[in-house]
Write a protein that binds this ligand. Structure first.
Ligand SMILES: [Zn+2]
Length: 602
């Protein structure tokens, strides 16, 4: 296996992710990918892993197994397990993969379709058939690459052939696919083309992409039902990006670049969440902070898309990894609990325990409590997406243009990077995202490209060339000269303000340090976090001896009993409040917690 997902040919894009198979992750990110293996095994023991096993032992499926696109969750789980197996060669993972695949293959009919009970084939009620098949195909490519076993791949070809035939026969569901389906198949077909070399899968991918209404502007999109649904949009753009990366044909490239830009600049929450009611709002700067916002899958899909955009845009655009890092360290890790066996579906940036109607919108679960395995959400796409994303993360850390080795994300790690003049081994040592120093050692004299995040001012590099300043929001070229390189990314705590154009964010600030965004947590309904205002100017202070908390001065407002009150009627109460990293919220109490991320500034 070469690469987990970035196995497109080098050459059409300026840069290519380094081969994740040659990357060993430790440190902060490595801890998370290690916990992911345990979480994947727990996933197989949850209802996500059960359906075909139950069916083959003559048992009936229950309500939880009849959720929307339930089998696609199992396919994503197996896909993640295949990447994890490729990393670890853990025989328990291989047994789980093989056992589940054996059960699934018994349900492939002679026409090529793998069917699920109680569901019509090419179902015109839910329009998720192409999506489900897409996840099976992606899983089959991962399975083939990780194990060398061709059974899943050949069954995926039969399923894809059945869909091609259905389209040629003008099956009803294909007529409305672009208005109603859920993208995923396009990306999967491009991967199937790469795995098999069969041109028909690439041609089919192009036809499916063309059935959706793409545009350079979010407001003109129509991507399946949901129109601007976050996950649908990001998956389709991934298919478009991979079409280019695989063929060099740039017919969809404009959409990828302009929509990536518009989404990240005008539709992104401060924590890296996306979507209101699962859609990108049609108009910019509409970012409500609570309730049904920021589905976890939406952020995962945007990180996956970011990996492709990074390859396409090259090193002149360092903002792509600013976005990936913003999502990863805040929204994404914040969806998971500390053990990574519980997850939010919606992932709001503000929850007030005193507003109960906000608490019951997470597919029947409170939005401020995670669903813990073996329990799953009634729509359980998000957990399988975390499993497959974290297991493919080694592809995201390093990249290369052939001449230089770039470090995109900093964590303790070892990697072999294939450069034009031969392989080079790199060792990274750091306590990032909490510590500002990163040490990098290469096995020989090579050119490094070190990502300097957009949030970082005053970065500098110490190398055999002496000390050099490094510009914020760039890749800094550093010749190793065979010596250790030390990068310092000063992490001065700061406030981040929202655009004055943002309907909810205007006039409000959040505290941040390095890539981490902070929030104020409350664990009981009596404490009203929304009453705090932050007087500016001041700088948040790192609380010594704590788990990287920040302390700020705040003013507690007196609001009386009614909906409105006269400001300054009573003297405001000054106090100090402690902020915790957003990704750690909801881990500190078994009560229903609340939190606020953006504060009114005064
Ligand atoms: Zn989801």
């Amino acid at each position: 296996m070469e690469h987990y997902v970035a196995d497109w040919p080098a050459g059409f894009a300026p840069i290519h992710p380094a081969d994740g198979q040659k990357v060993e992750l430790n440190g902060f990110i490595g801890e998370s990918t290690a916990k992911n293996i345990c979480s994947i095994k727990k996933g197989f023991a949850s209802p996500i892993g059960e359906p075909y096993r139950l069916l083959n032992s003559g048992q009936k499926l229950s309500g939880i197994h009849n959720r929307l696109a339930a089998e696609s969750d199992l396919f994503k789980l197996i896909e993640g397990a295949c990447y994890a197996y490729a990393q670890t060669k853990d025989p328990e993972l291989l047994d789980l993969i093989t056992e589940n695949l054996d059960h699934i293959l018994k349900h492939q009919d002679s026409d090529g379709f793998i069917r699920y009970p109680n569901r019509e084939n090419l179902d015109k009620k839910y329009y998720h058939d192409l999506y489900i098949a897409g996840h099976y195909i992606e899983m089959s490519a991962a399975h083939h690459a990780a194990t060398g076993d061709t059974r899943a791949l050949s069954s995926a070809c039969k399923w894809a052939d059945a869909l091609i035939k259905a389209m040629q026969d003008e099956a009803d569901s294909f007529k409305d696919a672009g208005k109603k389906e859920h993208p995923e198949l396009e990306l999967a077909l491009v991967r199937l083309f790469r795995a098999t070399g069969e041109q028909k899968y690439l041609d089919f991918a192009e036809k499916i992409i063309d059935s959706y209404t793409l545009s350079n502007k979010i407001s003109d999109l129509w991507i399946g039902s949901g129109r601007t649904h976050v996950v649908r949009t990001a998956y389709l753009l991934m298919g478009c990006a991979e079409f280019y990366l695989t063929t060099g044909n740039n017919r969809y490239l404009n959409y990828v670049q302009s929509l990536w830009e518009e989404i990240c600049e005008t539709r992104r929450y401060i924590t890296g969440g996306f979507g209101y009611n699962e859609w990108f709002p049609l108009y910019p700067w509409f970012l409500p902070e609570t309730g049904r916002i920021a589905e976890t899958c939406g952020s995962i899909a945007m990180m996956m898309l970011g990996l492709r955009v990074h390859s396409i845009n090259g090193y002149s655009d360092s903002r792509v990894y600013d976005v990936i890092e913003n999502i990863f360290y805040n929204h994404f890790l914040g969806a998971l609990n500390a053990e990574q066996d519980a997850i939010f579906y919606y992932n709001p940036i503000r929850v007030l325990p005193s507003v109960p109607e906000m608490l019951t919108l997470d597919n029947g679960k409170p939005v401020n409590s995670r669903t813990k395995l073996p329990a799953i959400h009634s729509c359980s796409c998000c957990f399988p997406n975390t499993w497959r994303f974290l297991a493919q993360l080694p592809d995201y850390i390093f990249s290369t243009d052939g001449s230089a080795a770039a470090v995109n994300m900093y964590t303790d790690s070892t990697a072999t990077i294939d450069l034009k003049d031969g392989p080079a081994e790199i060792k990274v040592k750091t306590g990032y995202p909490f510590d500002e120093t990163i040490e990098i050692e290469a096995s020989r004299d090579i050119m490094l490209k070190l990502r300097i995040p957009g949030w970082c001012e005053g970065a500098y590099v110490e190398s055999s060339n002496g000390v050099e300043q490094a510009a914020s929001g760039s890749y800094k070229d550093v010749r190793t000269g065979g010596a250790k390189v030390r990068l310092v990314l000063p992490m001065i705590p700061r406030f981040v303000g929202a655009s004055p154009l943002s309907a909810e964010g205007a006039g409000r600030v959040a505290a941040a340090r390095g890539p981490l965004v902070y929030c104020y947590e409350v664990s009981n309904a009596e404490e009203r976090a929304e009453l705090y205002r932050i007087p500016l100017p001041q700088t948040p202070k790192l609380v010594p001896g704590t788990a990287h908390n920040l302390e700020v001065s705040a003013v507690k407002m007196n609001n009386g009993e009614g909906a409105y009150f006269t400001v300054c009627q009573k003297p405001a109460e000054e106090c100090r409040i402690t902020l915790t990293p957003f990704y750690q919220r909801g881990n500190h109490s078994s009560n229903e917690p609340g939190w606020i991320t953006m504060f009114p500034a005064i």
